[in-house]
Design a protein around this ligand. Sequence first.
Ligand code: 5AD
Ligand code: SF4
Length: 448
Amino acid sequence: MIHSSNSMYKDQHKTVFFETFGCQMNKLDAELSLGLLLEEGYQIVDKADEADVILFNTCSVRQHAEDKVYSHLGALKTLKKKHPEVIVGVLGCMAQKDGKAIFKRMPHVDLVCGTRMFARLPELILNIRNRGSHVLAVDEDQIIHVKRAVSHRPNFYQAFVTVIRGCDNFCSYCIVPHVRGREISRTISDIKEEVEALVANGCKEVTLLGQNINSYGKGLPGGVTLGDLLSELNDIDGLGRIRFVTSHPADMSRDLIRTISRLGKVCEYLHMPAQSGSDQILKRMRRGYTAGYYRDLISYAREVIPHMMVASDFIVGFPGETDEDFQETVRLMEEIRFQNCFIFKYSPRTGTKAAELEDDVADEVKRARNMRLLELQKGISLAENKKLIGRVVQVLVEGASKSDSNKLSGRTRQNHIVVFNGSRESTGKLIDVLIHEVTDLTLYGTPT
Ligand code: 5AD
Ligand code: SF4
């Protein structure tokens, strides 16, 4: 087990530039890594050319994300030539996946630190300084244990909390199990302690994270489940809301849906990617369910939890996806009426099962299908949001709105963004807002 250091590794070069790509888990890993560096006395700078240490926390889920990082790294060559003492590091999924190949392609990189090694970041940086050589740290079997510095949070009222790392599902297109390793759940007591510390520090809402969160508890003694964890956290005084992502339809139990309906703090919002509406594509994706099963599961969830909002991910242009397969996805989207959807063009990932299949859907077809789903979803989101006009919704006030600093913004339990006029004092509180105008992305209203 790796423990975070406690100011053991003093380093006089103390400014860090940190950029994160990818999912919420990566954002949280970035927050934890930065927390460790801040504890060591580092200061964050927002320009790479002002930093002693430049770190990228990377994503491998699609080629595009990797290309972006390699282009950022390439752009640092000149800076590194002028200032060889600056340390350049690649962390996270790409580091795990490409390992020492990164040094070959980008010889000016000093540190490659995998997905389970970031707790040792301060020590690794110091090793580079002392030895003046590259450091590769990609051990897969480590269990991460970072004593979280709860005061180093980008968001005062909300926090992400990892509850399970890794994924055992091996969907055929997905690199995650290859770079994030096997599923490892944290114990309920460990998680509860962290959430209590966050709440004591002012946090009102937690989002529990796991690549496959419905598997939470597998491997822990006593047969605990996500429902047990949610029940325990629901009892924490001062905590207002609990969310959890990402759900896998095949691992989502009806029992969990019933448990959620009983727990007042758990929000009526499910991010449960369908990925496709075609049974033959789902089979080749190795998702372990059919579109019919998915429909039934959503019907059940909506029956038990009437205001349940559902969000999904879809991949278009998976190998062999015909127009008919794609139409099945369109039909599923029209029928379920998701609150929002993330839509991705299929990107082959070396090492996955799907990469053995021919990437036979032309890029312009992928692009057209992507656009079609985005347009469809936009219309659905607008129509669904219009139904909220004249209704009162509960909002956790987050602070000034990004688009208009005279206004406040926050989120509903179902994850809609709400912008409204109101007093700054309501920041961090749960208030009621009457909705009078909407777009596909935002609700506008007045506190009641
Ligand atoms: N190509 C395109 N999209 C992908 N995703 C995962 N792997 C790939 C891939 N190879 C999408 C899935 C997943 C989301 C995080 O990214 O929709 O739910
Ligand atoms: Fe990837 Fe499937 Fe695991 Fe999600 S459940 S991380 S899509 S392998």
